[in-house]
Write a new protein. Structure first.
Lengths: 217, 179
């Protein structure tokens, strides 16, 4: 046993009689909180529920229902509002624009010619038409992007009988023509020259001749 | 006898994790435990911290309590004091100075008799934390210097030095109070 001084014995007796502060409820709340962390899923530790909605203090389920319903309502409203904002804009009714007729053949515009004095020089409009007489060689018009003016659909590779079309205006480079289907059809209808040169249809005219034998007889 | 039986029943239920029994056991031992906690703490909030941590440890390790080795009060006392000393260790360092024998300054008993328990505790709480702990362990809770040294992981000489420091400071304070 410790050898206490006389005043220490008296002091120890007095201290052990000192009252304790009334903090039992507050301290128990902390203890319970810590113990709940250890056993979160143990149903045996849950206090009896005040309603069929679940456990917890009386009135907890009521607040739970209110908070849940408010949250669900807010979610639905947000969803509806977002749907309204995400709707594509109503397409305005616009009459389909008519296609302006485009030149089917390249035209050298005289307006682009240099002005000499006050007068603009007259420049002939040259339409590079296919001259079947001069285009005896077979060729191809390659146009990967021109479109059919009638159907407004892209037309791929078109082969023509009248082959290479040269620049009649003397521009030096082959001219790629945009040919619509109607013109193309017209061209494909052109027939090749038949027969032998120098012999016309008239040469094959059949004439009815009188037979002398019938007269003689 | 009824209280002892009720205590034993609650301990059995607490081992099964019964929350009601845990609360009953806590309330049954609150006065005993709080009186100890308040002796080692600076204020009531500090004592509340010591209490809550100690009782959580009690309920978490109640399976290891063996009635054959000692009473439940003794087991609880050790847990409360360990928790209190952990709090003191967190906020203070123990001196490395040592003494062969603690000094024994004379203090007139009349000064202590005039003071109430709260006034005395106030004087003790004004000691440096480590010195306060050693003084309460030695004088109030009856620990020997050897036990204090083992508990606080200091030498016995250091425990004696802290006790001497506490006695000198208290002698001065109580002498001033007498005047």
């Amino acid at each position: 046993l410790n050898q206490l001084l006389q005043y220490e014995q008296l002091l120890a007796e007095k201290i052990q009689q000192s009252p304790v502060p009334d903090m039992a409820d507050a301290i128990w709340a902390n203890i319970e909180l810590e113990l709940d962390k250890d056993l979160p899923d143990d149903p045996g530790n849950e206090p009896p529920s005040s309603s069929p909605g679940g456990g917890g203090a009386p009135g907890t389920s009521f607040y739970f229902y209110i908070v849940t319903s408010v949250v669900i309502t807010a979610l639905v409203l947000t969803f509806v509002w977002m749907q309204g904002n995400n709707k594509p804009a109503q397409p305005s009714v616009v009459p389909p624009a008519r296609e302006t007729p485009t030149n089917r053949t390249p035209v050298i515009d005289s307006s682009s010619a240099p002005v000499v004095g006050n007068k603009r020089p007259i420049v002939p409009v040259i339409s590079p038409r296919i001259d079947s007489g001069n285009t005896s060689t077979r060729g191809t018009i390659i146009n990967s992007a021109f479109t059919d003016s009638l159907l407004n659909q892209p037309i791929g590779r078109i082969e023509t009988d009248s082959v290479t079309i040269k620049d009649n205006a003397g521009l030096g480079a082959p001219v790629t023509l945009a040919i619509d289907s109607a013109m193309k059809q017209k061209e494909t209808l052109l027939k090749k020259p038949k027969g032998v040169r120098g012999i016309t249809d008239d040469d094959y005219k059949i004439r009815a001749e009188k037979k002398d034998s019938t007269r003689k007889g | 006898v009824i209280l002892e039986q009720e205590l034993a029943d609650n301990i059995v239920l607490c081992r099964n994790g019964n929350r009601k029994a845990q609360e009953q056991l806590y309330r049954q031992l609150y006065g005993f435990a709080m009186a100890m906690a308040i002796r080692y703490s600076r204020d009531e909030l500090d004592a509340g911290d010591i209490m809550s941590h100690a009782f959580v440890k009690v309920f978490r390790s109640i399976q290891s309590y063996d009635p054959a080795k000692g009473s439940f009060h003794a087991w609880l006392k050790r847990i409360i004091i360990n928790e209190a000393l952990d709090h003191i260790k967190q906020r203070s360092r123990f001196s490395s100075e040592e003494l062969e024998k603690a000094e024994e300054p004379y203090v007139d008993n009349s000064a202590i008799e005039k003071m109430d328990a709260a006034g005395l505790m106030l004087q003790i709480k004004q000691l440096p934390p480590a010195t306060h702990a050693v003084f309460v362990l030695y004088v109030v809770d009856g620990y020997t210097h050897q036990q204090i040294a083992g508990q606080l992981q200091i030498s016995e000489g250091t425990s004696k030095w802290h006790l001497s420091e506490a006695r000198k400071i208290l002698q001065q304070k109580l002498s001033n109070y007498k005047k």
